[in-house]
Design a protein around this ligand. Structure first.
Ligand SMILES: [Fe+2]
Length: 256
């Protein structure tokens, strides 16, 4: 969950990045974001709790993280000697910011993708916090991302288009020909699609770990008897309601 203040500051950061990073396309992008603002601010990044960021404000939080992770990976790849030519920082950030745009749904009232799951059973037993709107056409997320951008007259380069389209990497079978090239000529001309895929994966993994670590006492893998004892002690102190059972575990470690 995000605090209301964090949701607000995330959105302000998001909108300021639009103006700062894409000045020649800001007019068209701002029209898109003005239209979809109410929905985008509050929408999640996924529907299932154990996927990633399945809570209010989760989408914007995820996209900002993907942009930051991709930037960090760019620096790491550059430092390690990868060929970073063939695309600009603007193209990289544009693809990162819009890779999941299709999750917003179609323009117009009632055309959102994610609707709050009202069934307690599904929330508790399946972790399904949102359900998919059955009244809009089925789309793969990248397809709708690209359709929305063209609907609002936002021009994009082939490099940006391709990175958005195949950012799911080999998770999507349709991307296979781009990643499993049979000739040198067919290989990707830049590493941007791979970089963005890794940035997205990294962000989603971080978000999953945050969810997991909030569900139950943090899993700790102690190395020695002493750290093992301390870890369990900390666990008990930080989780008083766990009470007796943790104390029992603590004493059993002391008996090792
Ligand atoms: Fe994503």
């Amino acid at each position: 969950m995000l605090e209301a203040e964090k949701i607000k500051s995330n959105w302000e950061e998001y909108r300021s990045r639009v103006n700062n990073l894409f000045p020649t396309r800001a007019t068209q992008l701002n029209r898109l974001y003005d239209d979809l603002e109410d929905r985008m601010v509050m929408m999640p990044a996924s529907s299932i709790a154990h996927f990633h960021n399945a809570f209010a404000g989760g989408y914007v939080d995820h996209v900002l993280r993907v942009m930051d992770c991709t930037n960090k990976l760019y620096e790491a790849w550059q430092e390690m000697g990868s060929d970073m030519s063939g695309y600009t920082q603007e193209e990289m950030m544009f693809a990162a910011m819009h890779h999941d745009l299709g999750k917003v749904g179609f323009p117009g009232d009632g055309n959102e993708v994610y609707q709050i799951e009202t069934s307690d059973w599904h929330r508790k037993n399946m972790g399904r916090m949102y359900k998919h709107n059955e009244n809009i056409p089925f789309t793969m997320v990248p397809d709708l991302s690209i359709w929305l951008l063209q609907e609002y007259d936002v021009k994009m380069s082939w490099t940006e288009y391709q990175a958005i389209k195949i950012h799911d990497g080999m998770y999507d079978d349709a991307n296979k020909p781009y990643f499993v090239a049979r000739s040198a000529q067919a290989k990707l001309k830049t590493n941007l699609p791979v970089l963005l895929h890794h940035g997205d994966h990294m962000a989603a993994q971080i978000e999953f770990e945050r969810w997991r670590n909030n569900q139950s006492p943090k899993a700790v893998a102690p190395k020695s008897k002493e750290t093992k004892s301390n870890a369990i002690k900390n666990l008990a102190e930080n989780n008083p309601d766990i009470g007796k059972s943790i104390s029992d575990i603590f004493s059993s470690f002391n008996q090792d």
